[in-house]
Structure formats: structure tokens, C-alpha cells
Design a protein around this ligand. Structure first.
Ligand code: NAD
Length: 442
């Protein structure tokens, strides 16, 4: 297999407009964090683009620049924020309401910047997230009208803020479960479905389609159907616009994609994995509706099967009981608690148990992923990489891959893939970890 030639990467000149669909806990924590980091008032911990390094050449070469010094990423100072939401709260009110950040230290300090981010009216229909009752919604009932209005918003935002480039990221509530169907086969059927107000075309798909029509990369932080619909996947490829998804890999699934590859690497068996969570933010409230939870459940359940490949290892993984629960529990707010009970088997089938109790902060884990996805998808656009960005699998619970491929879930393989993509973009050698050179030259 030969490596294709490295692309030419256009410089990151001018302003980058970032459009977040949804201005809730994740989006407001992202915006506040970036504004604080810009002013030296907070560290962007968890962000590979801001804190990560990349090894180049041999281990003995001692070349490990920061990723942001190696690839031409947009500077945080060049970001301009825009958003849509079902509620009219600006980013200051939204961040205060979400209760993720300390008000004195991390909200008041940048209150002016946060107040400037006022959401545009949402393209929203209640049937897709019935636990939301916001009224800051476009007064349009037809899907075609909504699509046109989103496109107008995008273009107005671009002009008003003199943006050179834009990126869109879905940080809105998880929509109800929709499987790709007749409406999603090709552009003709999708266009017809939009005109017929087909209910399998959700608002998220309309934002995604509007973004692609306007040449704007789209990233999906939630598990609902969007650019993974065949029609949008193909359209993004044909138009050369980067897409990535889906569902930020933050807490419990992050742990799963580290622990399960470890079990498989050591050929340890698994008989059951019971995961449960308590969560009290608005996301938890939306997921309390069974149709919305189903979307999340599908995204969380697929991971183990893809990693463990039970058909290849029937003795080890042929009969795994896997259960995932999310319970809405308001007192905890955004501070989720997850428990995993993992029943494993060792030599001769002797049982053992692993317990994980992760007291995490949902949006604190999600914000850096959102920032990296924004900066990397803008980079992909400038490198001329359209369609699925599999190298961004690192960030997702359900990574999008070409039809017929199984997704790579192992966090460290995903990281290697990401870094090798950056090396390839910049014309550096791939790192294979073979390492014979250290011994043959002695
Ligand atoms: N925080 C995490 O760890 C994490 C991990 C994976 C996925 N996610 C997903 O990220 C998304 C955002 O999470 P959050 O905690 O910020 O939720 P949130 O409820 O605080 O914010 C979502 C916002 O989206 C808005 N919204 C809903 N539908 C909309 C539409 N059609 N147009 C515009 N705005 C709309 C809601 O009004 C709400 O303010 C959720 O779908 C969640 O499942 C979060």
C-alpha cells in the first residue's frame, strides 16, 4: 500500500466563525474556556490542539513540537462565536444556568465576551426533543423554510463578522432515534422528503445539510442521525466538505475504549459489563424521554462489540451481557457519576471483577473535544480533505467510517491515526513503531 501524496494546506489566515447548534452546557463551557485561555486566565486542559505534542522522526531525534506549532491551526484569537438555541439566553446566562463553571472565577471574569454571544432562533420541532419547551424558535413550520432560514443565518453571520471560514458543530440536545430510510438514499429523495415535511428529516439534518450547501464543515457531538445519513455523507464527499461524528467520547465510553482493548490485548474473557449513570443537567432531562435515550443507547452499546469482535473470539466474547443506563437525577447537575461493573474471566475461566466509579464533569470533558474538532475540521478543509474524517474518530463514541469498514474504537489506535494524519499532511514520515533502525545501525 502506498501512501498518497501529502496535500497542500492553505494557511489559517483571517477569522474563523464557529457556529454551535445549541448554546447549552457544552457550548457555553467551550466558549468560556476559550475566552479564558485567550486571556491567560485558564488552561485548555484536555485539548490536544492546545496542549499536545507530536513526535517527528526517530526517538533519538528529539523532535516533539506542540501540535499547534506543527500544523497551521486557526489561532484562538481568530475565533468568532455564533450559535442557535431554543432558549434566548446568551452565553453568559447559559453558562450561569448550566452550573458547570464557578461564577466569580470563570464567568464574571469574561462576562462581556459571553454576553456578546446571543443565539439565533432555533430550527426546532418539539417532537424531536419533547422535554424542551423553549420559544426562541423560527416561526416557520415547513422543513424547506427552516433549511432556507439556516442558510440565511450562516451567510449573514459570515458577512457581519467578516469571517474567512466557518465551522459548524452540533452541541444541541440529542434528538429522537431515527434510522436512515427512504428519505436518506440520495439527494433527490432527500429534497423530496424536505418538501413533503417527512418526519424522518430532523432539524439536525437540516442544519447539517445547510452547512454542507454553504461549504461549512459539520461535526456532530450528539448520537442522532446527521451527516452519517447516506445522502449527506455522499454530498459532503462530492462537495469536498469535511464531516465528522458522532457523539463526543467523554466519560464512560472513554473508559470503555481504554479498558476493553486492554482485555482483548491480553486475551482475557468478558461475561458482562453493566454501566449505569446518574446525571442531572438538561441533557439528562432530554435523555429521560425513552425515544431520545434510545439514540444514546445505540451509540453507547455498539462500542464493545466492535472492539471485542465476538465472531473472531467466541470463547472469550461470544456471550457478553452488556447493559447501559442513564438515570436523570437533578441534584448532581452536570457532575455525572458513572459506575461500571465488569465481569471478566482469566486462565481456565476463573472469574474476576473490575469496578470503575468515575465522578466526572460532563461538559468539562466535552469542551476540549469540541474545540479540537472545530480546529481540526477547519484544518481538514484547508487541506482539501472532504467527506468523512476518520482520523477524528478519537473524539467520538460512534466514529463515522466509510461504508463496509468497521470503526476503530481503541483510543490509542485512534490517537496514532490522528497523529499520523497530521504527519502525512505536513510531509513528515509515518511512525510505525517497528523500531528496527535503533538496532540495525548499532
Ligand atoms: N457533555 C458530554 O459529556 C457529552 C458527551 C457526549 C455527547 N453529548 C451531547 O452533546 C449535546 C449537548 O450537551 P449539553 O450538556 O450541552 O446539553 P444542554 O441540554 O445543556 O444543551 C443543549 C442545547 O441545545 C438546544 N437545542 C436543542 N435542539 C435545538 C435545535 N434544534 N436548534 C438549536 N438548539 C437546540 C437546547 O435548547 C439546549 O440549550 C447533547 O446532545 C449531549 O447528548 C454531551
Amino acid at each position: 500500500m502506498t501512501t498518497p501524496p501529502s496535500p497542500k494546506v492553505a494557511p489559517a489566515s483571517g477569522r474563523l466563525g464557529v457556529l454551535t447548534v445549541g448554546l447549552g452546557a457544552v457550548a457555553s463551557t467551550l466558549i468560556a474556556g476559550v475566552e479564558l485561555a485567550k486571556r491567560g486566565q485558564g488552561k485548555p486542559i484536555g485539548s490536544l490542539t492546545q496542549m499536545g505534542t507530536i513526535r517527528l522522526g526517530k526517538r533519538t531525534d528529539d523532535r516533539s513540537p506542540l501540535i499547534r506549532d506543527f500544523v497551521p491551526l486557526a489561532a484562538l484569537d481568530d475565533i468568532v462565536w455564533g450559535a442557535w438555541d431554543v432558549y434566548p439566553d446568551d452565553a453568559y446566562v447559559s453558562a450561569s444556568r448550566a452550573g458547570v463553571l464557578e461564577s466569580g472565577k470563570h464567568i464574571e471574569a469574561i462576562s462581556d465576551a459571553l454576553r456578546e454571544v446571543r443565539p439565533m432562533q432555533a430550527a426546532f420541532e418539539r417532537k424531536y426533543a419533547r422535554n424542551l419547551d423553549g420559544q426562541h424558535v423560527k416561526p416557520i413550520s415547513s422543513k424547506r423554510g427552516m433549511l432556507d432560514a439556516i442558510r440565511e443565518d450562516i451567510n449573514r453571520f459570515r458577512e457581519d463578522n467578516k469571517c474567512e471560514r466557518l465551522v459548524m458543530i452540533w452541541c444541541a440536545s440529542t434528538e429522537i432515534f431515527i434510522e436512515p430510510g427512504r428519505a436518506h438514499i440520495d439527494l433527490e429523495s432527500f429534497e423530496k422528503a424536505i418538501d413533503a415535511n417527512d418526519e424522518t428529516v430532523s432539524p439536525c439534518q437540516l442544519y447539517a445539510y445547510a452547512a454542507l450547501l454553504e461549504g461549512v464543515p459539520f461535526n456532530n457531538g450528539a448520537p442522532n442521525l446527521a451527516v452519517d445519513a447516506p445522502v449527506l455523507r455522499q454530498f459532503a464527499t462530492d462537495k469536498g466538505v469535511p464531516i465528522s461524528g458522532k457523539d463526543f467520547k467523554t466519560g464512560q465510553t472513554l473508559m470503555k475504549t481504554v479498558l476493553a482493548p486492554m482485555l482483548k490485548a491480553r486475551m482475557l474473557g468478558l461475561s458482562g459489563w453493566y454501566s449505569t449513570n446518574i446525571l442531572g443537567n438538561r441533557d439528562g432531562e432530554v435523555l429521560d424521554a425513552p425515544e431520545n435515550f434510545k439514540t444514546k443507547e445505540e451509540s453507547k452499546l455498539g462500542v464493545l462489540e466492535d472492539i471485542l469482535q465476538p465472531s473472531k473470539y467466541p470463547d472469550l466474547y461470544g456471550d457478553v451481557f452488556h447493559k447501559v443506563q442513564i438515570n436523570y437525577y437533578p441534584p448532581r447537575g452536570d457532575n455525572k457519576e458513572g459506575w461500571d461493573n465488569i465481569d471478566i474471566t482469566g486462565w481456565l475461566g476463573y472469574p474476576m471483577q473490575i469496578k470503575v466509579n468515575f465522578l466526572c464533569r460532563d461538559s468539562i470533558l466535552a469542551a476540549p473535544l469540541a474545540l479540537d474538532l472545530i480546529l481540526f475540521s477547519d484544518l481538514a478543509q484547508r487541506a482539501g480533505l472532504g467527506g468523512i474524517q476518520e482520523w477524528l474518530s478519537f473524539y467520538y463514541k460512534s466514529p463515522q467510517v466509510a461504508p463496509g469498514l468497521y470503526p476503530e474504537h481503541d483510543l490509542f489506535i485512534q490517537l496514532t491515526k490522528l497523529k499520523n494524519t497530521l504527519r502525512w499532511m505536513m510531509g513528515e514520515d509515518q511512525i510505525t513503531h517497528l523500531g528496527r533502525e535503533y538496532y540495525e545501525e548499532i
